[in-house]
Design a protein around this ligand. Structure first.
Ligand SMILES: Cc1cc2nc3c(=O)[nH]c(=O)nc-3n(C[C@H](O)[C@H](O)[C@H](O)COP(=O)(O)OP(=O)(O)OC[C@H]3O[C@@H](n4cnc5c(N)ncnc54)[C@H](O)[C@@H]3O)c2cc1C
Length: 393
């Protein structure tokens, strides 16, 4: 055997899996198709939000361990990975007021410091926000910003230091399951063998799963990160204590914001995108999707005017392109392949899976090595599709 466990995909979830394997003394290899670091997955860039103020309990419950593990990684690597910052989740009271109560209940049960704030108090508490009676929100005081490029570097370094092997520039072109304890992983130059395989392939997952006759209900979608000018030059600054926020106005679309950090004087304000793409041709967008993106951008501008009076909403100063792996119900998919217990899948993170990777990686490794899963993740397993959208096998 070349390894006990092989991991395909060196994004944040694959690297945390590799890190846990190496920490447990398990021989492993992590493959990635592109030279590392690269910008053709979902894990690159300089900022991701992390918070416990989540509505779904299955995610909130794992956050204390995730934060502890991110902090430990920071200490071991000597790199700054996690910058403390408050994160606001603001909901339109009539439409989603109940979500504030649910996330407050989760925060209370996990003993996370937080504060409930009415929309009318916003501008007095945080000049930079407009007050808005429509909203009510919760401020997660133990949240923060993760620095993805530094996180990935730290994981790569520590994984290698503990004996792990990373093969980048190595696309895995096929998989053959020989039996319950042997899988063949096919690359251009060699067929590798292992006992179990972990697939953390992000938006490319269905390309590889086709060799195991499985198609999951996930879509690669284009994500646009917009950075907007702070007219004051200083008000919306992370280091000066301006919080991050998720704003849920009426309707399906929400916006999320990060104070200026990556680009001095520019605040990140984005919406959740929907244009489906082929990940191998990320920038090829249909004319209909381009028109939809433009319409959403106009909506975003009108929301910025409403909520952030000192942001110049004329046009974004910078736009960056990225990808998400969106599952049909916007929830993670963590499970064994329905026919092969030694092929483990972690995908469908739907724009939320950076912060949770320490525990997701630990879970995937437990599954690959025959150990009990550390948390009950049945609600985000593939079982939920038994009676719903079909898995194509
Ligand atoms: C703009 C943006 C903002 C986001 N904001 C947040 C946030 O604030 N908080 C948060 O928690 N999350 C956020 N996310 C989501 C988060 O970044 C992703 O969920 C996470 O990075 C997914 O990581 P992954 O390891 O599953 O996949 P990826 O990072 O996509 O990695 C998959 C890897 O697999 C490799 N691969 C695929 N197929 C093969 C193959 N056949 N052979 C070899 N290699 C292969 C790819 O090359 C790639 O490197 C955001 C995402 C985006 C795009």
């Amino acid at each position: 055997m070349d390894a006990e466990v092989i991991v395909v995909g060196a994004g944040v979830n694959g690297l945390w899996s590799g890190y846990h394997l190496a920490s447990q003394g398990i021989k492993s290899i992590v493959f990635d198709q592109f030279p590392l670091p690269h910008t053709r997955g979902s894990s690159h860039g300089q900022s991701r939000l992390t918070r416990t103020s989540l509505v779904k309990k299955v995610y909130a419950d794992i956050m204390p361990e995730c934060h502890e593990r991110w902090r430990k990684l920071q200490e071991l690597s000597g790199r700054e990975l996690l910058v403390p910052m408050g994160v606001f989740s603001l909901y339109n009271i009539e439409e989603r007021g109940g979500d504030v109560d649910t996330s407050v209940a989760n925060l209370k049960s996990l003993k996370i410091q937080h504060e409930v704030i009415g929309g009318e108090e916003l501008s007095t508490r945080f000049p930079g926000f407009s007050s808005n009676r429509e909203f009510r929100g919760v401020l997660d005081k133990e949240a923060g910003l993760l620095k993805p490029e530094s996180c990935l570097l730290a994981l790569q370094e520590l994984y290698r230091k503990q004996g792990g092997k990373i093969c980048d520039c190595t696309p895995v072109t096929g998989i053959r399951v020989v039996n319950d304890s042997k899988v063949e992983v096919i690359t251009k130059n060699k067929v590798y063998t292992c006992k179990s395989l972990i697939l953390t392939c992000g938006p490319y997952i269905n390309h590889l799963l086709s060799s195991l006759n499985l198609k999951l209900p996930v879509e690669p979608v284009r994500a646009l990160a917009y950075y907007w000018t702070d007219k004051t030059g200083h008000k919306y600054n992370l280091r000066e204590g301006f919080p991050s926020s998720f704003l849920h106005p009426v309707g399906k679309t929400y916006l999320y914001t990060l104070p200026s950090f990556e680009y001095p004087g520019l605040m990140k304000i984005c919406y959740h995108c929907e244009a489906t793409i082929d990940p191998y041709q990320r920038d090829k967008v249909s004319p209909e999707d381009q028109a939809a993106e433009q319409a959403k951008l106009e909506w975003l501008k009108s929301e910025i005017v409403k909520h952030f009076p000192d942001i110049d909403a004329t046009d974004p100063a910078i736009t960056e392109v990225c990808m998400l792996t969106e599952s049909v119900d916007k929830n993670y998919m963590i499970d064994f392949h329905p026919k092969h217990k030694n092929v483990i899948i972690g995908t469908g993170f739907s724009g939320r899976g950076f912060k949770t990777a320490p525990v997701v990686g630990r879970t995937l490794v437990a599954m690959a090595t025959g150990k009990p899963q550390p948390y009950n993740m049945e609600s985000i397993s593939l079982k939920r599709f038994r009676d719903g959208p079909k898995l194509e096998l």
